[in-house]
Design a protein around this ligand. Structure first.
Ligand SMILES: Nc1ncnc2c1ncn2[C@@H]1O[C@H](COP(=O)(O)OP(=O)(O)OP(=O)(O)O)[C@@H](O)[C@H]1O
Ligand SMILES: [Mg+2]
Length: 265
């Protein structure tokens, strides 16, 4: 079920669970092994009528280094906006955030980010600004492709790849730039089940074999929570919960069940 069907918290009443104490009690700067920290982050846009429209409201979360976390919530709840702020593409209106650098942002549609004719050239593309030798570039490209299970596709034309393979190439691009934080926005939306599992397993094994790389993975698919070490759930621009995946999965399923019950009552 797509969470987009559960957009209104006023449609039914369920108690909101608090953020787990272990996370809520942390304050910025005190926990050194965090890859991502947000404190009271808000973001507003100005409408054509000149009014301020809040998109994110008072969002706080913390994600430890070296872990895969998922970010879930209904359509329009603010997931992509939060990710873009963490990627440095948008500036928050209020609040504080810190993300370990370098950081890489991978978009939902693989065709929007795989730009060069061959896999090798595409992964090497972002390295041109680092003043590296040819050997260094080759080594980084090969290592990054190996990490996502795409080494044997080095010379392949990008256009011959599946959607999931293109996503893995895009992730390899971020790894080649030695990104410490991967911000991954709904990579599996356009993928079939095999590609979906391939991409998430590639991310998981990359984190397992690398020192301190952290990934924040936006998804609508509850079953992907089984790969995560932590999760964040948003509604209407706010972080409702963040913590362990089984608790958050149970919370979302309860929300869905209550919504369905309300429709059929
Ligand atoms: N520049 C903008 N101007 C006006 N509204 C905006 C702007 N950017 C985002 N929004 C609105 O902010 C809300 C959050 O958008 P966002 O894309 O972050 O949601 P999302 O959780 O990623 O949704 P989805 O699951 O559909 O990808 C939406 O209602 C969206 O229409
Ligand atoms: Mg989005």
């Amino acid at each position: 079920m797509n969470l987009s069907s559960i957009t209104s918290t006023s449609a039914f009443q369920l108690p909101l669970l608090p953020i787990p104490q272990s996370h809520a009690s942390r304050s910025c700067g005190l926990v050194e092994n965090l890859a991502i920290e947000c404190q009271s982050l808000s973001y507003s846009v100005t409408t054509k009528q000149g009014k301020s429209k809040p998109i994110l409201k008072d969002c706080s979360l913390s994600i430890p280094s070296g872990q895969l976390w998922m970010l879930l919530g209904p359509n329009g709840s603010g997931k992509s906006t939060l990710l873009k702020i963490l990627a440095g593409l948008l500036t928050p209106s209020e609040g504080f955030f810190r993300v370990k650098k370098p950081r890489g942002f991978v978009f939902q549609n693989p065709d929007h980010q795989v730009v060069m004719p061959t896999v090798k050239d595409d992964v090497a593309f972002g390295l041109s600004r680092f003043n590296l030798t040819y050997d260094e570039i080759t080594s980084r490209v090969e290592k990054a492709l190996d990490a996502v299970g795409m080494y044997e596709y080095l010379q392949r034309p990008v256009q011959t790849l599946s959607g999931g393979q293109k996503q893995r190439v895009a992730i390899a691009g971020a790894l080649a730039e030695k990104c410490k934080v991967l911000l991954l926005d709904e990579l599996t939306t356009f993928l079939d089940d095999t590609d979906q599992v391939g991409v998430i397993k590639a991310v998981k094994s990359t984190l397992a074999s690398s020192e301190g790389i952290t990934a924040l993975w936006v998804t609508h698919r509850l079953e992907e929570l089984e790969y995560a070490e932590g999760a964040v759930y948003m509604e209407e621009g706010q972080v409702v919960m963040h913590g362990d995946p089984p608790t958050i999965r149970g919370f979302i399923e309860a929300r869905q069940a209550a919504y369905i019950k309300q429709i059929y009552s």
